[in-house]
Design a protein around this ligand. Structure first.
Ligand code: SAH
Length: 220
């Protein structure tokens, strides 16, 4: 089997650059964050495949391309405060923490919160992550996280039936919200920007995510 760094370099060049991801900072972050550390040992050999993978609690780590296009859509330059809904494995949060000043990430499944905390802690010890930039919160992200609002970027990593009002309200002027909206089988990835106080939406692509479960999402 090829070394993980080589698999990761191929993932970046074929699945990301090859499909139109252009933001150098996003490509570099995904070249550096060891995705195989975020999956259980029995899935490590598939960690760089072009697909989502199981992470426990019936959830998945998103396909690398989805992580890249969602992250690129936020247009991060380094000074931003970002909110992620659906920490899952912690992989997307680790990528965001390399690209923004501060990242808040919320997960509703305690088992996943605990696992992600362990993985992110080990990465920080290895010098691959600045833990002071990252806050992991257990809770229902459909209410956003008012304590640290407003956010320059909000990334929702689960499928919403509609855009939760709180997330729009917690978006800063000039901020961007990226969220899959649709039914349980199929969603549109929407990019919503707040420009001069008004919200403007566009569709990035089509996707399929696990459900966003909560007060302003799907019922449990
Ligand atoms: N970003 C993750 C992938 C997440 S999959 C990664 O990089 O691995 C979507 C996650 O959203 C699941 O872990 C699920 O438990 C979580 N989730 C679903 N509804 C949620 C809610 N209302 N608040 C917080 N997390 C939620």
């Amino acid at each position: 089997m090829k070394a993980y760094n080589q698999q990761r370099a191929e993932m970046v060049s074929r699945q990301l650059r090859g499909r139109g991801i252009r933001d150098q900072r996003v490509l570099q972050a995904m070249l550096e964050v060891p995705r195989h550390e975020f999956v259980a040992p029995e899935f490590r050999h598939q960690a760089y495949d072009d697909r989502p993978l199981p992470i426990g609690a019936g959830q998945t780590i998103s396909q690398p391309y989805m992580v890249a296009i969602m992250t690129e859509s936020l247009g991060l330059r380094g000074h931003e405060k970002v909110l992620e809904i659906g920490t899952g494995s912690g992989y997307q949060a680790a990528v965001l923490a390399r690209l923004a000043a501060r990242v808040y990430t919320i997960e509703r499944e305690r088992e996943l919160v605990d696992t992600a905390r362990g993985i992110l802690g080990r990465l920080a010890e290895a010098g691959l992550l600045e833990l002071s930039r990252l806050e992991l919160i257990e809770g229902d992200g459909t209410e956003g996280y008012a304590a640290a609002a407003p956010y320059d970027g909000i990334l929702v990593a689960a499928a919403a039936p509609s855009v939760p009002r709180a997330l729009e309200e917690q978006l800063a002027e000039g901020g961007r919200l990226v969220i899959p909206v649709g039914n349980l089988d199929y969603q549109q990835l929407r990019l919503i920007r707040r420009v001069s106080g008004q919200l403007a939406a566009s569709v990035v692509n089509e996707c399929r995510f696990v459900p966003l479960v909560g007060r302003h999402g799907w019922p449990a």
